[in-house]
Design a protein around this ligand. Structure first.
Ligand SMILES: Nc1nc2c([nH]c(=O)n2[C@H]2C[C@H](O)[C@@H](COP(=O)(O)OP(=O)(O)OP(=O)(O)O)O2)c(=O)[nH]1
Length: 138
C-alpha cells in the first residue's frame, strides 16, 4: 500500500467570488495553513450538495449571502497529511457586508495581480487559470 492510499481524503468546496472585475482572496486565520491565501469555503457535509455547502460556509465564514453561478475547476492535491479534493465555483455576493469570522484578512484582487499572492499550494493552479481567463475577464 502506498502512502496516498492511507491518507484521509477531504472534500472541500471553494468560492471564487467576483465583484467589479475583482476576485476575493482570503487569508487563513488558524490551523496548519495559517497565513496562506485561499478561496473561502470549507468541507461538504454528507447531507448537502456542493452548492449548498458552499453557500453555508460563505455565510458562516464571511456573513454574506451568495449566489453560486457555475462550476469552475476541480483540484486534487496531495498534502503531506491528507488528500484534498476541491471543487471551485464562481459566485457573487448578493447580500451582506463582508465580516471576517475565521480569516485573518481578505482582499479584492484584479486578475492581473492574482499571481502576486501567497496562495496555498492547492489554490495556485486556480489563481493561474483565473489570471489568464479572458472569457471571464475580457
Ligand atoms: N476552504 C478551503 N480550504 C482549502 C483551500 N485550499 C486548501 O488547501 N484548503 C485546505 C485547508 C483545510 O485543511 C481544508 C479545508 O478545511 P476548512 O477548515 O476550510 O473546512 P471547514 O471550515 O469545513 O472545517 P473545520 O476546520 O471547521 O472542520 O482544505 C481553499 O481554497 N479553501
Amino acid at each position: 500500500m502506498t502512502t496516498s492510499q492511507i491518507k484521509k481524503k477531504i472534500h472541500v468546496v471553494a468560492g471564487i467570488l467576483i465583484q467589479n472585475g475583482k476576485i476575493l482572496a482570503t487569508q487563513r486565520g488558524y490551523g496548519e495553513f495559517k497565513g496562506g491565501w485561499e478561496f473561502p469555503g470549507g468541507k461538504v457535509e454528507p447531507h448537502e450538495t456542493k452548492e449548498e455547502a458552499l453557500v453555508r460556509e460563505l455565510k458562516e465564514e464571511l456573513k454574506v449571502d451568495t449566489s453560486i453561478q457555475k462550476f469552475y475547476e476541480h483540484i486534487d492535491y496531495e498534502y503531506p497529511s491528507f488528500l484534498l479534493s476541491m471543487d471551485c465555483f464562481i459566485g457573487t455576493i448578493k447580500n451582506g457586508e463582508l465580516q471576517l469570522v475565521e480569516h485573518e484578512a481578505a482582499k479584492w484582487v484584479l486578475p492581473a495581480d492574482l499571481l502576486s499572492i501567497d496562495w496555498l499550494p492547492a489554490d495556485l493552479p486556480i489563481a493561474q487559470k483565473l489570471a489568464q481567463d479572458t472569457l471571464l475577464f475580457p
